[in-house]
Structures are given as structure tokens and as C-alpha cells.
Design a protein around this ligand. Sequence first.
Ligand code: ADP
Length: 654
Amino acid sequence: MHPTEFQNLQNMVLQAPIGICLLDAKTMVTELLNDKFLEVAGKPREAIIGKFYWEPFAEVRELYEDALKNVALTGEAYHANEVEMVLIRHGSEEQVVVTFVYNPIKDDSGKVVKIAVWVVENTLQARARNEIGALNDRLTGANREMQTANTDLSLLNSELLLSNKNIHLLNLRLQESETDFKRLVEQAPVAILVFRGPDMVIDLVNLAMLEILGHDASIIGKPLLEGLPEIKGAPAVDQLFHVFQTGEASDGNEEPVPIMTNGVIETRYFNFSYRPLLEKGKIIGVMDVAVEVTAQVLARKNLEANEQRLQSILDTMAEGVVIVNASGQPTYANTMAQQIMGISEEQFHDRTYNDTKWHNERIDGTPLPREEHPMYVVMRTGLAVFDQEIGIVWPDGEKIFISVNAAPLTGLEGQINGGIISFTDVTARRKLLQQKEDFISVASHELRTPVTSLKAALQLLDRMQGNITPEVLAKLLAQANRSLNKLSDLITSLLNSNRISQGRFLVNKTTFPISALLQDCCQHILSAGSHEIIRQGDLEMQITADEQQIDQVLVNLLNNAVKYAPQSRRIIINVERQIKAVKITVTDQGPGIPADQTSHIFERYYQADRSGGELSGLGLGLYICAEIIEKHGGEIGVESTVGQGSSFWFTLPL
Ligand code: ADP
């Protein structure tokens, strides 16, 4: 090789994307180093060059001084693979991960004369791997849904392991490197290619490069695009020609290049440095020093894809998921968690699970002590908590119930790093349960009243046997009858409501005139004489429906009008023919219903203000009406003005 070329080659390596530093083996004084080394060291050239090696690296001297001495003594290389250390870079302490080799360089007699320090920084890769660890942790805590993602992650892990092996191979090659600087270059772990002339004729290629390119030495002497047609069109190739044309050095970072791999063209990724090759001031070629980073790039891409996938799984889950750190501070909250808690992700970061602005309660409404909070239990004991229901009172007073699963996130040494908490909003379920409990007490009360009255009538009849006047007899019998009817009505309501909830409510349709229906359902009110009933509109229409059920709806609405509008003398029933339906409206002139209640009164068990005392009921009447009308394909509703009265209406399709 021509001396200037050798000089160039040496310059190339000095600019290579791998840190190199050459020491005198006896004095340990640094004689030569490249920019990459300075970059990893984070110190200025003057602080290192010409200095005793440990002077600028006092912070790690204790750790590695013996190892370096040993290389000079024994002539055996020292390898450190992905070691963590604190380096003072640009004046401040930094936690870094590096892989380095102390490589002895011997003279002909085998005496160690120099030591080459080769170094690569792995901080980012190590961090990426840690993230995978954290992700895996998240997964263990999360749901079944995520198991597939988990498999992907373990694949990813093995890929990273592979890339680690590559680094290891690199080290092995370093170990084998020869004493001579040129041989060192030829066997360097970095791939080197030298091009010459405007066609980029391949002039020199080292083993590492041939291995990467998947070609043998026969490419030497061929123009680049002829020898390696597969790389045509890659931006990295254009960049190479550009260096030849302009003489400007340039570097590439994680550049994709199509490479022949086992006979197939695959995209692989490289960090490279292109340096112009000069002879007497003229550009005669370009040198390319490259390090393959495919494994790292793919691992990172994969990680990103997985992260994204995990994110979309978490965000479409029907459960809220929150991840907290060791001090209970949320570090992540998925969309559902934000929705259930009614706060944004940023707001989540500001609150801890035992934030005093949010009152946590037990199911019975008593305050939930900190020690009983599922997250606290998990952090304390390291054991998972399943299906614990707690109440949360928002700062604005609204209360929700959530069912919580919580699990610890543990680090490698088993220490608890935080926790994952998943929860569902069970407020509706809780409320229904509460309503049912309330209902049972209402129902027992409701049933007791007519039973007491019936019992009283029967006792009197029993006591007065033989000497009873016909008037008293009639009165007592009427009382017993009323009570029995009331009981029978209540039981019918209960049965109907039960049938509805079990889906056993069948509609048996016939066609009948509406007038007959209106006649029957009013009878009991008219005979009581307290209210006047006005029937108006299209009374002669025929409808097709379950007559008994529609009768029940009308009776319910009329009874309510009597019950809740006792002062209103008049009840109006209006029949109106619409385009495809008939609309029947029952209007009273009673107290009316406040607007905030009208949307609820058709709900099961719903009763408006019960302070009226004997205005009793089960809260089932309108619910049953609504169900019947729905089963018929019609609609039901109410218009009401407080102080003026209510109009309950329903439609039936014709
Ligand atoms: P209940 O068995 O309690 O009567 P309903 O389902 O029939 O149950 O009615 C629900 C609530 O709607 C009642 O508690 C009452 O407060 C209100 N309501 C129903 N009809 C009227 C009406 N005509 N006027 C005023 N309030 C009414």
C-alpha cells in the first residue's frame, strides 16, 4: 500500500465511529486518540492526549487501573462488556453503559509496547432493554388481552440478546487483532471499503466489510454499482458519490442499505463515515468505514411498534389502567382510567392514590383508611388485590364506585418499584343494588299496610259475630275488599316487574275498538266518584295490541292521576290519530312533576319525593307501562308543568 494511502487509512480509523485510544504500555501515556473516543469520554482532547491515562479518568481509576496494568504485564486483552459507570462528562456526572477492550499491541519480540483502548457506548441500547423490562412488568400486571403482546416482547428480548452476541463477536475479533497498526485496521471490528475514481472502483475492502456485503474478494476492481448492483438507489450511495464530487466528509447514522443476505436482498442499517481520499490535494477516492447496527435499529423499531400496540390495547380496554411509581405517584393512566376518574392524564400525575382531595370510602360509606387502599396493601405486602370495591367521592361531591385489581411491579431484585391498578366503574351496579335494597324495604312496608287493614276488618267481623248491623257488615266487607284489591295490585306489579326483568313478558295482540278499552279502565274511578273523566278525540279507532296490557297501562296512568293529583277534579283522556300511530294522553291538573325528575320516573323502582307519606307505591307502575309500550313498538313520555299538571302519553303503532 502506498504510504499516503496508509496515512489516509490511519486518518480514517481515527475518524471511525468506534472510540480508539493508543497508550504507551510502559508509561500509560496517551499517544493517539480519535474523535469518537473523545465523544464517549466527554472530555477535551487536551485533557487526555500526552497525559497519564488515569489523570483525566480519575473517577473510574479505582475500577479499572489493575486491569489495564495487567494487560501490559500479561499481554492478554481485557474485555468489559456493557459495564455501567459514572463518568464526568463535560463537567457533570453521567451514568453510562460502555463496552470496551484494552488490547495489547506487541513488537516482534512479543513484548507489549502499546495498549489500544477500543470503546463503544451502549447507554441507549441498555436503556431500551430496561424499557422492555418495564414493559414486561406492565404486562404481567395487565390483562389476558395482552398475552400476545407479551410473546412479541420476549421475541424482542431474544433479538436484543442476539445483538449482544454481535458485540461479543466484535470483542473476540478485537482480541485476535495483530500488533501492527495496519493489521489492526484490516482486522478491525469496523468494515472498511476504499473506492477510487469517479466510478467508485472498489480498491480495497477488509474482511469485515466483505462479510457484511455478502460478497467475496472478486468485487475488487469493479465499479461499485457493477460489483454491488443491489445497493443502487440507496441514499447512502448518493451520499458516497457526493463526497467524491465535493471532497466534503460526511457521516451516516442508522442509514438503511439494501444488502445481499444469503442470496436475498434485505434492508440493513449502518453507521458510517465517508472520508475523501486525497493525493496531492486532488480527490482520488473515498473511504467508507461502517458499523452495522441492524439489530439495534430493528430492536428499537420493534420496541416502538410494541409500545404503540400496547398503547392501543391499553387505550381501547374497557378497564381503567393506572401505573404508579414506588411513591404512589401515577406515571401512566389509560383513556378509560381518565374517563372513569373524569381527569386528564396530566391531572393524574398530580394526584396520589391517597390524595386528600378525593375521599375514598368503603362500600358502607365509612371512610376508607389509607391502610386499606388496594394500592397501599399491594405496596406494603407485595401481594395482588382482586375485585375490591371502593367508593370515591370527587372534589365536587359526586360519588362513584370502582372495582379494583392491583398488582405490584417488581424489579430484578424483587424490590417493589410501583404498582399497576386496573379498575372498572361499578357505580351503576352498586346503585341498582342499593335500589333493590331500598325497594325491599318499601315493598314490605307497602304490603304491610293493606294486610294490617284486612286483618283489622276480619278481627272485627270475628268479634262481632251474631250482633252486627248490615251497615257495619257492608263497611267492613268493603274495607276487606279494598285491602285485598290493593294487595292483589301490588302482587301483580311485583310479578309483572319480575317477568319483565326475566324476559318472560309476552305480548298477545288482538284487534279491538279503543272505546271499549276506555270504558273498562275508568270504571273503578268513576264509581269512587272523586274524579270526573273526560274522553275525547278519535274514540272509534281500532287498534291492534295486547288488550289486557294496554288496559293495565291506562289503569296505571289513571290511578297515578288520582293518587298524585287528588285535588284535580278532572282527568282528560285524549285519543289522537297520527300518521302511523295512535297517541293516547292522560292529563291531570295536579301538582306536576319537577323537570329534573321527569327523565327518571319511568325507571324501575324510581319514586319521586316520598315525603308525601301515604302517597305510596312501589315505583314500578310507570316502569311496567314503559316496558309494555316498548314491547309494542311505541313510545311513552310525560310533559309536566309544576303547579299546572301532568300529561302522560303513549303511542302505539298502527
Ligand atoms: P309508584 O308506584 O310510586 O306510583 P310509578 O312508577 O307509578 O310509581 O310513579 C313514579 C313516580 O312518578 C311517583 O312516585 C310519582 O312521584 C310520580 N308520578 C307519577 N304520576 C304522577 C302524576 N300524575 N302527577 C305527579 N307525579 C306523578
